[in-house]
Design a protein around this ligand. Structure first.
Ligand code: PMP
Length: 440
């Protein structure tokens, strides 16, 4: 092995030969861009172009890239230990992280299971719910065997997580015959800041009552349905789901993997409804986008019920559970979140996104423009052609990764007014570019 760096062409050739990318065919002819480095809000390609990152690397890099404090936290922890198993051992980064998560998250969540990715955090949440009922003497798989959720949801790509994703739009229809069959109510229709539609929960309520002795939990993404359509819905809906769970004694699982840590304008989206779930999943921004880490929090009631059951133990334990390096970085990232005044950062970005994206609504190809917190969405009338549109964004100096009819952005919290003006101008310019044309 030599230290010689590969050229851009060599990276692309090896990539094409060996590597699989997310949700793509191998040897794909879709454009792909080798990255040299990233700093602050910008990604530098091997070709030398600097792109403003409007995606925060899929909701994660809230403090920007190559952050000196996060780098220092990583280096400091590296010099102690990058990893140690979590069975029978514990360490300062993990216990501090658990304590901070309990302090920051909605009231009543008191026990923390730290895992390695969002999908695993969801698997853990679903297993906790199953084991909760099992511990109460209701045999898993016979009595309590299913989950209730809403359409347009997305919770990850592992098997149990797939079983609660929208069966049609959730990208997993291919595996439909292999996944657990769960109950799906229509997606919430009541807008985030408009009138609540009284009939919105009718089908969810009917399903919950009809299957109340069989359902373990209701799982949903609070307030913002992400990958299932970037849909924002009414806090009243969430409030009523909590009430329904209380009425029927069902557990509520909130998947805040995308929405957590300030992204929607509240530290956790559940706060819009003033509710606490019984189980909460977090991930993505937890380490400021530095490393893969996630956590599942649950109430004392859930934890003690599981531990007093026949099995007593909770049966999950990833090799890299509570990885000290990732936990140390997460601790620093959460410290930065508070120190940087995330609320002000997100409120500013919200105002700048509204100001910059508003005029897109007047374009013929645009169906809807919506902004919530540091999330901006331009929904088109027809799906984008990724092959044509991705290089156009690069040409305009921004990194965005649209899907379907959605051009959407969740900028790093450290973005300045100039950054967001550049981003929104870029989106507008791409929509106006003569090479931009939608299918349909
Ligand atoms: N839940 C939600 C709401 C998500 O947005 C995602 C990731 N897109 C996941 C779960 C899965 O997380 P991961 O990709 O880290 O497995």
């Amino acid at each position: 092995m030599t230290d010689q760096r590969l050229s851009s062409e060599e990276i692309l050739a090896l990539d094409k030969q060996y590597v699989w990318h997310p949700y793509s065919r191998c040897n794909s002819d879709l454009p792909i861009f080798p990255v040299e480095s990233a700093e602050g809000t910008h990604i530098t390609l091997c070709s030398g172009e600097r792109l403003y990152d409007g995606m925060s690397s899929w909701w994660s890099t809230i403090h920007g890239y190559n952050h000196p404090d996060l780098n220092a936290a990583a280096t400091d922890q590296l010099s102690r230990m990058s990893h140690v198993m979590f069975g029978g051992l514990t360490h300062e980064p993990a216990v501090k992280l658990a304590q901070t998560l309990v302090k920051l998250s909605p009231a009543g969540l008191e026990q923390v299971f730290i895992s390695d990715s969002g999908s695993v955090a969801v698997e853990v949440a679903l297993k906790m719910a199953l084991q909760y009922w099992n511990s109460l003497g209701e045999k898993t798989g016979e009595q309590r065997q299913s989950f209730l959720t809403v359409k347009n949801g997305y919770h990850g790509d592992t098997f149990a997580a797939m079983s609660v994703c929208d069966p049609d739009t959730g990208m997993h229809s291919l595996y439909a015959d292999f996944v657990q069959k769960n109950h799906f109510a229509p997606a919430p229709q009541s807008p985030f800041d408009g009138d609540f539609i009284e009939s919105d929960l009718d089908e969810l309520t009917r399903l919950a009552h009809a299957h109340k002795n069989e359902i373990t939990a209701i799982i949903l993404e609070p307030i913002v349905q992400g990958t299932g359509g970037m849909r924002f819905y009414s806090p009243e809906y969430l409030k009523r789901v909590r009430a329904l769970c209380d009425e029927l004694d069902l557990l509520l699982i909130a998947d805040e993997i995308a929405t957590g840590f300030g992204r929607t304008g509240k530290l956790f989206a559940c706060e819009y409804a003033g509710i606490s779930p019984d189980i909460l999943c977090v991930g993505k921004a937890l380490t400021g986008g530095y490393m893969s880490l996630a956590a599942t929090l649950c109430s004392k009631k859930v934890a003690t019920t599981i531990c007093q059951g026949e099995a007593g133990v909770f049966m999950h334990g990833p090799t890299f559970m509570a990885n000290p390096l990732a936990c140390a970085i997460a601790n620093k990232s959460l410290e930065l979140l508070i120190k940087n005044d995330w609320q002000q950062q997100v409120d500013n970005i919200e105002g700048w996104l509204i100001k910059g994206l508003d005029r897109c609504a007047e374009l013929e190809c645009v169906a809807n423009v919506r902004v919530l917190g540091a999330i901006g969405v331009v929904e088109l009338k027809h799906p984008v052609d990724m092959k044509r549109v991705q290089p156009l964004f690069v040409k305009h100096g921004i990194w965005l990764r649209p899907f379907g009819k959605l051009i959407y952005t969740m900028p790093p919290f450290i973005s300045s007014e100039e950054d967001i003006a550049f981003l929104t101008q870029g989106i507008f310019d791409v929509l106006m570019d003569e090479d931009f044309a939608t299918e349909g």
